[in-house]
Design a protein around this ligand. Structure first.
Ligand SMILES: *[C@@H]1O[C@H](CO)[C@@H](O)[C@H](O)[C@H]1NC(C)=O
Ligand SMILES: *[C@@H]1O[C@H](CO)[C@@H](O)[C@H](O)[C@H]1NC(C)=O
Ligand SMILES: *[C@@H]1O[C@H](CO)[C@@H](O)[C@H](O)[C@H]1NC(C)=O
Length: 406
């Protein structure tokens, strides 16, 4: 029966010019699923942002023995009653995720206090999780390692730090994060650092603290270029994004942001910035938070597709990706409720005649792999040696009580 259908489709393809999407739509649900699995086996689906590590801190105080991540924790308290929980390893596998950027997050309230410590505890937690679940996960620090982990059937796991305040205004801390395997740093969260404005600066009536990226901020970006750490502009103000795009020698990403033209949240990327990201061969990975998709508490899979299509239309097929932000959002689209649902998105895109297989491979992971490879090349070619620049303690507002003054 299956082979008859295939023969029929092949024949139709010979006698009538039927399109790829028409052929896909003629398949049974099981065959469609097989096509999605094939696609996501050929290239890793790389998601730009996941906050599971923060929920592990919140719910089990970093005690991994208190939760079995290879079961579906959707049915286990406290995960089952939290709007913020969408991830476990079983469902990531079901969702055919090939690589995950795991976020080591420290809240803004820890800035100038214990942000560096909390970030280190998050990095430790992610590393322990990867080691404990080594049949599911494999640490990856390069594009090649992502490809290798995916080929071996494991989810490549990248360490990312959110955000800039985690380095405590210290290039030395940034360098140590790189040695621990961190390959992405989000410049700001929802607070300004002493060297960059966050997206709150773009709220109506807000007054920016720095007007973008300061001189020290430029040094941080250049040090990231030298170290081979990807600059992540999600949460940055528009001016910080523009300044960073002007100074960064390597392409940058927005790891979990959507399109401002479709919903005017300050967390979304406006068209003019999308164009610069594209010129610099960077990437915007679409966030699934309803409040960023529709500016309301409800959204659907089709809203995610609208954002993907908009970013593609403005920035081009080489600059669009996926950064759902699962476990860091509290309102998810209907049809994309948790990490097991990515295949539904690819099924819908395969059914549409505006997406070729090559386009879908770029969206899924090839764009991110290209960015990471370029970041590695820029780092390898960097001539200067590490320098030391610091912001004098007295210049950092609110921080004197928490710093040694030497
Ligand atoms: C976790 O759950 C899986 C699947 O049910 C099971 O095979 C495994 O033994 C469990 N691990 C522990 C440490 O209980
Ligand atoms: C978004 O647009 C609405 C309606 O035009 C406006 O009231 C609101 O201030 C805008 N929000 C931002 C963050 O620009
Ligand atoms: C969305 O918000 C409306 C009004 O604020 C509320 O009535 C509704 O229950 C909310 N829907 C969801 C899915 O949370």
């Amino acid at each position: 029966m299956v082979s008859m259908v295939v023969v029929l489709i092949v024949c139709l393809g010979i006698f009538l010019p039927i399109s790829r999407s028409e052929a896909f739509n003629a398949l049974s649900p099981a065959q469609q699923k097989k096509a999605v699995v094939e696609l996501l086996t050929e290239v890793p689906l790389i998601d730009g942002h996941n906050d599971l590590a923060w929920n592990l801190r919140k719910f089990v105080h970093n005690k991994l023995e208190k939760v079995n991540l290879s079961t579906n924790i959707k049915y286990l308290e406290p995960w089952s009653v939290s709007k913020w929980s969408h991830t476990d390893l079983l469902r990531l596998r079901e969702g055919r995720v090939g690589a995950q950027l795991w976020t080591a997050y420290a809240p803004c309230g820890s800035q100038h206090k214990d942000a560096v410590q909390i970030t280190l505890e998050q990095i430790d937690l992610i590393k322990r999780m990867v080691e404990q679940y080594s049949s599911y996960l494999q640490l990856a620090q390069t594009a090649q390692e992502i490809t290798d982990a995916h080929k071996s059937g494991r989810i490549a796991s990248l360490l990312t730090v959110e955000s800039g305040h985690s380095i405590g205004t210290s290039l030395a801390v940034l360098r140590m994060f790189q040695r621990l395997g961190v390959r992405v740093l989000t410049l700001t969260h929802n607070c300004d650092t002493p060297w960059a404005d966050c997206s709150q600066a773009d709220k109506p009536g807000a007054k920016p603290t720095h007007n973008g990226l300061t001189t020290f901020g430029q040094t941080v970006v250049k040090e990231m270029n030298r170290l081979g750490i990807i600059v992540d502009l999600s949460h940055s103000s528009i001016q910080t994004a523009r300044d960073t795009l002007a100074v960064s020698e390597a392409p940058v990403i927005f790891s979990h942001s959507s399109a401002h033209a479709l919903c005017n949240s300050t967390r979304n990327v406006p068209d003019d910035v999308l164009r610069i990201v594209a010129e610099r061969r960077g990437l915007v990975m679409v966030n699934f938070f309803s409040y960023f998709l529709t500016c309301s508490n409800h959204s659907t899979l089709n809203d995610v597709i609208s954002h993907i299509n908009h970013i593609r239309r403005i920035a081009g097929i080489d600059s669009v990706g996926i950064g759902a932000s699962y476990d860091g959002i509290s309102a998810v689209p209907k049809g994309l409720e948790d990490v097991s649902t990515y295949p539904a998105l690819f099924t819908a895109l395969l059914a549409s005649d505006s997406w070729s297989i090559d386009d879908l491979k770029k969206l899924a992971g090839l764009n991110f792999l290209r960015v990471l490879k370029t970041v590695e090349e820029v780092s390898n070619e960097y001539q200067s040696s590490p320098g030391e620049v610091h912001i004098p303690g007295e210049k950092i507002k609110d921080s004197l009580d928490c710093r040694t003054s030497i």
